[in-house]
Ligand binder design. Structure first.
Ligand SMILES: C[S@@+](CC[C@H](N)C(=O)[O-])C[C@H]1O[C@@H](n2cnc3c(N)ncnc32)[C@H](O)[C@@H]1O
Length: 482
């Protein structure tokens, strides 16, 4: 439906009309305009200065009335005067009460309202027309299979697969929940000419994901016009967004920033986000990005671990570890790693408990202390006399995983661009492979050093039997390196 609306024009407006839309609905612009930035048209629209702007004295560059903010709270308000939207949200239950569920549903509803084949459904809001100004972002969920293959060996490959699966599940939930509503059955789900398809779900997901901001005092929301600001990190971020005492959204130039006419006003989408997440959520990597910054590598509990099923059962953290590039080192995070490297002889134990309603539950213990969640395990291990041994095991485990990932990237190499592969996916995949490979190599080096340091530690020397505490014992004991 959305693709058709874009092609036929009933769901598309030129960006030149946005200022009139905004002014009509009470948005105040101060010294700025919205449109393509000459030389950077591939970024879509941007917020551009119309005159000299001085961050030390400037009033807000944009003020967006609170009623225009596309937040969960406002969607609930819209639903009070729109019985069809209300029906949808009620049918969706818990999902309709999440911000994501409410926003995606609202966006599908706005597209349906614009569709000439759908009659007498829903209530027009200012935001019904707003979505006509939004571009279709080429996020990886719209890449072809050939383009996805270029991601082999990068962490974006599994992230995109997992996202596609979760989008499919979400869409099925949406279809099942709304199927019994008669107007949904007629317009959306009719076997012959139902208008809604998975492609629509991908499109509303992309709109939300690439434009959602965390608005102070509101939470995740889409803020019309402020969401036309492109991203720049660090000192290059020109403006910040916040809310005033009345809940209106503001775009404010940062103190000390001076912008000349024709220059862009950027915000940050999150300086801590890694290259993978930037492509995943926004479909670009900043030109100045020189490190993948953050990578998540998945892990499994080895098949030969007798505690594997219990460890998987109790695990409530992401199965893997995150590498975070900080200045000239790489730090890692992931409680799952600790769960993998300990075994029964060390002190981990699992017990089956019957709950009050007769269900069976597995509980994890570390030397008699209950581990309510996996995040506690590290604190216990740190206090254990064998802490260095556990660290060494963790380091060896991660070394194996990092080397396997490097190997996968080597196998992919630098493929030639096939004729059907689009320029942007090809370029982004190549940059991501390079950035992730560099971060992995750096991590491998750091882990090698860490391993060498740990092997030198007294605890480990003793654990391996290389230090003999008891001179009298002589050398009759064999060292067991396993
Ligand atoms: C919140 S929107 C910003 C407005 C957008 N340019 C538009 O035309 O609607 C986010 C999208 O803008 C583009 N974008 C933002 N910052 C960018 C940057 N630094 N480089 C390239 N594209 C950028 C990406 O396509 C991203 O998904």
């Amino acid at each position: 439906m959305i693709r058709r609306g874009r092609a036929e024009g009933w769901l598309k407006e030129p960006i030149e009309g946005l200022t009139a839309w905004a002014t009509f609905h009470g948005v105040v612009f101060n010294g700025i305009k919205i449109g393509p930035l000459p030389g950077y048209e591939d970024r879509g629209s941007a917020v551009i200065a119309k005159r000299n702007l001085n961050g030390d004295i400037e009033e807000p560059l944009m003020t967006i009335p609170k009623e225009l903010v596309l937040s969960r709270q406002n969607i609930e308000l819209f639903a009070k005067s729109d019985q069809h939207l209300r029906e949808l949200l009620q049918a969706l239950g818990d999902f309709g009460r999440t911000t994501r569920g409410a926003v995606l549903t609202f966006l599908v509803m706005q597209a349906s309202l614009c569709c000439p084949d759908i009659k007498d459904i829903g209530v027009h809001t200012p935001l019904t027309d707003y979505i006509k100004y939004l571009p279709d972002e080429l996020l990886p969920t719209f890449w072809t299979e050939e383009e996805h293959e270029l991601l082999e060996g990068t962490t974006l490959r599994s992230a995109t697969r997992a996202k596609m699966n979760s989008l499919l599940r979400e869409f099925e939930t949406f279809r099942t929940a709304t199927g019994p509503i008669s107007w949904c059955a007629r317009y959306w789900w009719d076997e012959e000419d139902g208008l809604l398809t998975f492609d629509d779900w991908l499109r509303v997901d992309a709109m939300y994901r690439s434009r959602a901001l965390e608005v102070p005092g509101v939470g995740d929301a889409m803020v019309p016009c402020i969401d036309m600001a492109n991203h720049a990190s660090g000192h290059a971020t020109a403006a910040l967004y916040e809310t005033d005492d009345d809940g209106n959204a503001l775009l404010e130039l940062r103190q000390g920033k001076y912008i000349s006419p024709g220059e862009e006003i950027t915000i940050t989408y999150g300086d801590d986000k890694g290259a993978c997440e930037n492509i995943f959520s926004y479909g670009f990597i900043e030109d100045t990005m020189s490190s993948a910054k953050v990578m998540f590598l998945n892990l499994d509990v080895p098949d030969d671990d007798p505690l594997r099923p219990a460890k998987i059962y109790v695990c409530n953290t992401a199965p893997g570890f995150r590498l975070v590039h900080k200045e000239d080192t790489v730090e890692w995070e992931g409680d799952f790693v600790w769960l993998v490297v300990v075994n029964e002889e060390d002190g981990i134990d699992f017990k089956v408990r019957q709950t009050v309603d007769g269900e069976k539950e597995i509980q994890a213990f570390w030397k008699e202390s209950e581990l309510n969640d996996a995040s506690k395990i590290r604190a216990y291990l740190e206090k254990d006399p064998l802490w260095e041994v556990f660290q060494l095991r963790a380091v060896v485990l991660m070394q194996g995983r990092v080397h396997a990932q490097i190997e996968r990237l080597h196998v992919v190499g630098s493929p030639e661009r096939e004729g059907t592969v689009r320029e942007r996916p090809w370029h982004l995949a190549a940059r991501l492979r390079t950035l992730e490979l560099e971060l992995l190599r750096k991590t491998a080096e750091i882990l090698d050093n860490k391993r060498a340091t740990l092997l030198d530690s007294e605890t480990i020397q003793r654990y391996l039997g290389l230090i003999d505490d008891d001179d009298d014992k002589g050398d009759e004991e064999e060292v067991d390196f396993t």
